[in-house]
Design a protein around this ligand. Sequence first.
Ligand code: PRP
Ligand code: URA
Length: 208
Amino acid sequence: MPNLFASKHPLILHKLSRLRDKNTEPKKFRELVREIAALLTYEATADLAVTPRELETPLAKMTGYELKEKIGLVPILRAGLGMVEGIWELMPVAEVWHIGLYRDERTLKPVEYYNKLPIEPTVSVCLILDPMLATGGSATATADVLKRWGVKKIKFVGLIGAPEGIKMMQDHHPDIPIYLAAIDDHLNERGYIVPGLGDAGDRQFGTG
Ligand code: PRP
Ligand code: URA
């Protein structure tokens, strides 16, 4: 599928399996979320623009590079929060803009409860961060918000996607590439990804 990247990297396969395991405790779970998010972001940022920069090594002058675009990390609260730290290690100057959404348990539709974006966009590229792409409602609503804000280049970085959520994102936002650690089988009757990993927010924050 165009614009869909599902990693087959051995490190990600290994770490994702530890993450899925129901016996993995919140501390380890958070560490794995951080690490997998960073590994996926390495792939998701492969096409970022760079600009030349003059510098001097101890031996000679040379032309190096620096990132040209201003990057915004957009974690969807709560579960997306755990992905920020790992990515920030790679891109310490990235701005972080939080979007608060929860899924109504009955309708499975996203309900927005937090959004403090300023009027004008302050970044040129946004990475939407959310471990779970289930029905796709939360990711689609966040992409709507960012497009209304005026951001032209948006990518979605998640850990596990269901076919239903991938389809919804691709139908509504075919221009947004999706980077995942795995594509799972289906959603159950409560909108949970199967086999999945359960509730990503509860497992990180110990609230299950
Ligand atoms: C989870 C997850 C996504 C959303 C995915 O959040 O982190 O944001 O569900 O489901 P969707 O693709 O069907 O919209 P949840 O609503 O459980 O909130 P939480 O992160 O605060 O636990
Ligand atoms: N949100 C989660 O945390 N897990 C799922 O499987 C679906 C939505």
